[in-house]
Design a binder for this molecule. Structure first.
Ligand code: FE2
Length: 300
């Protein structure tokens, strides 16, 4: 289904600008409609629906969190954007790692955040290894219904370069990733190394511009000091990983199935299957959702 066919997505918070930019007047599109982000002389951000192209011109609610300006175009189900735990932890440093427009539908981006099966192939020049394409099955458990977390332990190469502890990309590091879906288009990922090297964490959000286009935002949090985990090396490696994802994601179709039979899935797809079930549940609960069409298969 397309973003425009999933009305519940509108009732959540999305980042629409990087905070701290004085005097900017920024036209944006959200869910296919025009809006505007402005910062007054003191740097206070505002988001408005410009008249007369919008039927009910109105200021949108705004929150400033984690270096970003967030808004919602619908009836927000929560008073604030999701909490990013590592931003509150002492000793952690937080960064807006990237804030970019991608030619990809928002659910495809989040699906990729949750997917482990693509790593060995898509990330073969960073932390994936096609010679070790073991497809482990993440352990999925429910958090706040209908959301969930997926936990997976693995031995990953390349990470020593990201972490700034070695220049040898072949050395493997034992890592446990915990990926939580905290909103329909928001993931929280915590990477744990059991004290061998500093942990890090991500907050990934896909802000729908329209059915085909999204703002892909990643916040990164690094444990330890700049000497223990240098930002420049982390960011340089993360940029390579991100570009590997972009090449594939920008070729995906924007029609994202919220059933589990339209696309082929393997046992290792436990998290991405859970994602489809979550979206289907949110769709079914929302009063504005039209009835789902019965799927019809072409006759042979
Ligand atoms: Fe990826």
């Amino acid at each position: 289904m397309y973003v425009s066919q999933l009305p519940f997505l509108r009732d959540h918070w999305y980042p629409v600008a990087v905070d701290g930019v004085l005097g900017r007047d920024l036209p944006i599109r959200l869910f296919g409609a025009p809006f505007r982000v402005t910062f007054d002389g003191t740097g206070e951000p505002f988001v408005t629906a410009p008249a007369p192209t919008w039927r009910t011109p109105r200021p949108l609610p705004v929150r400033r969190r984690y270096g970003l300006v967030w808004t919602t175009v619908g009836e927000p189900v929560l008073d604030d954007p999701p909490t990013w735990p590592e931003a509150e932890l002492p000793g952690w440093r937080t960064f807006v790692e990237f804030f970019e427009t991608w030619s990809c539908s928002a659910p495809r981006i989040i699906d990729n955040n949750l997917d482990n099966s693509h790593v060995a192939y898509v990330h073969r020049t960073t932390f994936g290894d096609p010679d070790d394409a073991h497809l482990a099955r993440p352990a999925v458990s429910h958090t706040d219904d209908p959301y969930f977390r997926a936990v997976l332990s693995s031995e990953q190469k390349g990470l020593g370069v990201q972490l700034g502890v070695t220049g040898d990309e072949a050395i493997r590091f034992g890592r446990t990733s915990t990926t939580e879906l905290v909103a329909p288009l928001t993931t929280h990922v915590r990477m744990r190394f059991d004290g061998d090297v500093p942990d890090y964490a991500f907050f990934g959000v896909a802000t729908p511009i329209d059915d085909h286009t999204s703002i892909y935002v990643r916040l990164s949090a690094l444990a330890g000091s700049e000497q223990e985990q240098p930002w420049d090396r982390f960011h340089a490696f993360g940029t390579r990983v991100k570009e590997e994802d972009r090449i594939v994601l920008e070729t995906t179709v924007p029609d994202f199935p919220i059933d589990v039979t339209s696309e082929v899935h393997l046992r290792c797809d436990s998290a991405t299957l859970a994602y489809r079930r979550t979206l289907a549940s949110l769709y079914a609960q929302h009063e504005s959702s039209p009835p789902l069409q019965e799927k019809t298969w072409p006759s042979t």
